[in-house]
Ligand binder design. Structure first.
Ligand code: HDE
Length: 664
């Protein structure tokens, strides 16, 4: 693994401790001579209160857990570096985006939203994509998702939304699922969610890997350059490997076969040196153009179609180091949309405004007080000084008698800094209005972009959306809710709504007028934008007693293409001269991007396991390779994505899925 020595890593190094080869001590440093027996009055007698070692060990254990995040509890993170491709000083004075080749250490946490900390990775859900940039001007957090819009428009509805999607409160069922009554009841009664639900029902919500999904800031922010010129901005992360997804049946099986699928994928890729890479892009709208669009640019249920507002790529992030300790780093990382640097500011997007309160507030309970910024993972790499003092777990020893401003005793320091010297100054937007609990008329079109998304999908993507709606609503017990949702989606597309109605036993909706959409947005289709690549794809090679001697060549071809290879057989140990990694019992075809069969088994029960493995890969539209002597593959031999030489296999694997099988 590459040793990363950026400034954040140097800082963390001071906190790293290896316990290996060290004597066992108490937390006070006292060496311990015995750690298996508590101190007792007699061998069979009661434990003594004076056993400080027992009490310290047990007390610490009793207090090991902290509350999990109220949302995004399940996550996984890595360290890395962000490097600019070009100088973006024309649009922002944020120094980490200024100059070409400017490097900034980052820490990224990916997550699911609804499930608990121990839930499965591959559930249908949005994915969190939170990045902490340790800049020289302070930490900047870009707290985004892998879907560019959100369910609600105003943060005040967030507790309601989360209550609806989380397990139902009477029986705490179901875990990490939106396929239940309260979620869909919320959707039907809060129709601003229409657009987000389209994305949620698409393959975006079952990514193949954290490394293969886009990231979006979702909310509208503001960029300000050194001259004070401002743009509204939306942030994008574009994965270098392209956007790839699982299929739903596969995702559900993986949830049982390997609930850590995404976590493992991220960890192993970094350990193997296949560092995940994402390009950072921005969409920009000059402030004077705020009202020039058919949608309100402050509405987080709307995208800015990339065809209308192009994405400008600013640089690339590479994740090159796994954490040393999950709790200390991943669990204690505290992200906040309000952690900004000069050159980045907020808009009046009412979802963002509420987030600005919530993130610090939640850390207070989760991390136990106001000093979470002192935890190594959260600590800025630039100096920080202020008059905040004390609180649980305070680590800094602020010296001197002064902890207030203004003062004479410390020469009025720490002192505020002018804007010219890097002091943060809020963008001076003129605001005026009546105090009202209301939403702008311009936020009230809920169906145009939901329809835009639908019309921008390819046929296979549309099929998957209908399948997903039918699955989710099919799990809803209350028929009135099913009906309400179907009627709601008649406002998006009659063909969509009636196809769902047919599948879930609901009378077809009445045809209503739908928004007039004149253009589509190809940028939202992951099929249209599919990137062909095999780097870091995982392939199972099935090895039998009859595997050909050419296996070496096959493995060498795959490795030269940066494909990860696992040898699978009916038993571990040596088969046909090769050390076997996994068996049909310890692994499953759903854990691979493709399968290559190199011979038939002599034993018919083993043969049927191999056939089952391949059949499942075939059903999930994966690439299948075989050597010529494998006769049982003949029925599918000439089908799309089924090939019999390594080169064609690599070529077919790059396509990721062969949807034509599913269409038939
Ligand atoms: Fe969050 N969100 N959120 N959120 N969010 C949290 O903060 C909140 C929203 C996102 O890996 C919480 O530290 C409100 C949108 C991510 O640690 C909490 C609203 C987007 C993460 C919170 C939203 C996100 C969180 C829970 C509605 C995409 C995980 C734990 C207005 C742009 C960060 C925590 C990590 C976490 C509040 C909506 C992304 C409670 C009030 C939209 C990636 O503060």
């Amino acid at each position: 693994m590459k040793k990363d020595v950026n400034q954040k890593q140097q800082q963390l190094e001071a906190f790293r401790v290896s316990d290996k080869d060290q004597p066992l001590t108490t937390n006070q440093g006292l060496k311990i001579s015995e750690d298996e027996h508590s101190l007792k009055a007699g061998e069979r007698g009661p434990t003594l209160l004076e056993d400080f070692h027992f009490r310290e060990k047990m007390t610490h254990f009793d207090h090991e857990r902290i509350p999990e995040r109220v949302v995004h509890a399940r996550g996984s993170a890595a360290h890395g570096i962000f490097e600019t491709y070009e100088c973006a000083s024309d649009i922002t004075k944020a120094q980490f985006l200024n100059g070409k080749g400017t490097k900034t250490p980052v820490f990224v946490r990916f997550s699911t939203v609804a499930g608990s900390k121990g839930s499965a990775d591959t559930v249908r859900d949005a994915r969190g994509f939170a990045t902490k940039f340790y800049t020289q001007e302070g930490n900047y957090d870009l707290v985004g998702n892998n879907i560019p819009v959100f369910f609600i428009q105003d943060a005040i509805k967030f507790p309601d939304f989360v209550h609806a999607v989380k397990p139902e409160p009477n029986n705490e069922i179901p875990q990490a699922q939106s396929a239940h009554d309260t979620f869909w009841d919320f959707i039907a009664n809060n129709q601003e969610s229409a657009h987000m639900v389209m994305w949620h029902m698409s393959d975006r919500s079952i990514p193949r890997s954290y490394r293969m999904m886009e990231g979006f800031g979702v909310n509208t922010y503001r960029f300000i350059n050194a001259e004070g010129k401002a743009h509204f901005v939306k942030f994008h992360w574009k994965p270098v490997l392209g956007v790839k997804s699982l299929v739903w049946d596969e995702a559900q099986i993986i949830a049982g076969k390997d609930p850590d699928f995404h976590r493992r994928d991220l960890w192993e890729s970094i350990e193997r040196g296949y560092f995940p890479e994402f390009e950072l892009g921005v969409q920009l709208i000059p402030v004077e153009d705020e009202f020039k669009f058919s949608f309100d640019i402050l509405d987080a249920t709307k995208i800015w179609p990339e065809e209308e507002v192009p994405v400008r790529i600013l640089g690339k992030m590479t994740l090159n180091k796994n954490v040393d300790n999950f709790f200390a780093e991943t669990e204690q990382a505290a992200f906040h949309v309000g952690h900004v640097v000069p050159g980045i500011d907020f808009s009046n997007d009412p979802l963002l405004q509420g987030r600005l309160f919530s993130y610090t507030d939640t850390q207070l309970i989760r991390l136990g007080g106001p000093n979470f910024h002192e935890l190594p993972i959260n600590k800025p790499i630039c100096p920080f000084h202020n008059n905040q003092r004390d609180g649980y777990g305070r680590q800094t020893i602020n010296v001197g008698q002064v902890s207030y401003h203004k003062n004479s005793l410390a020469n009025n320091t720490p002192h505020p800094v002018s804007e010219a010297d890097g002091g943060y100054k809020h963008y001076e937007e003129k605001v005026e209005g009546h105090k009202v609990r209301a939403r702008s008329e311009s936020f009230k079109d809920h169906f145009s972009q939901a329809r835009l998304f639908w019309l921008s999908m390819t046929d296979i993507e549309k099929k998957h959306i209908i399948d997903a709606f039918s699955f989710e609503l099919g799990k809803v017990k209350n028929k009135a809710i099913r009906k309400q949702v179907v009627d709601m989606y008649a406002h998006v597309s009659y063909s969509l709504a009636s196809a769902i109605a047919e599948r879930i036993g609901i009378v077809p909706p009445i045809e209503v007028e739908v928004p007039h959409i004149h253009q589509t947005s190809p940028a939202v289709s992951q099929v249209i934008n599919a990137k062909e690549s095999v780097k870091s794809n995982k392939v199972a090679i099935i090895v039998t007693e009859n595997s050909s001697e050419k296996l070496n060549e096959l493995i060498a071809t795959f490795l030269s293409e940066d494909i990860v290879v696992e040898l699978v057989s009916n038993k571990q140990g040596i088969v046909s001269g090769y050390e076997i990694h996994e068996t049909f019992a310890t692994t499953s075809s759903v854990l691979y991007d493709g399968v290559y069969v190199t011979g038939a088994f002599q034993d018919s029960s083993q043969q049927s396991k191999a056939e089952q493995f391949i059949k499942q890969a075939y059903q999930h539209c994966k690439t299948i390779g075989y050597t010529k002597n494998v006769s049982f593959l003949q029925p599918i031999a000439n089908k799309n994505g089924v090939v019999n030489d390594p080169k064609s296999f690599v070529h077919a694997l790059a396509k990721h899925r062969h949807w034509v099988r599913e269409c038939k």
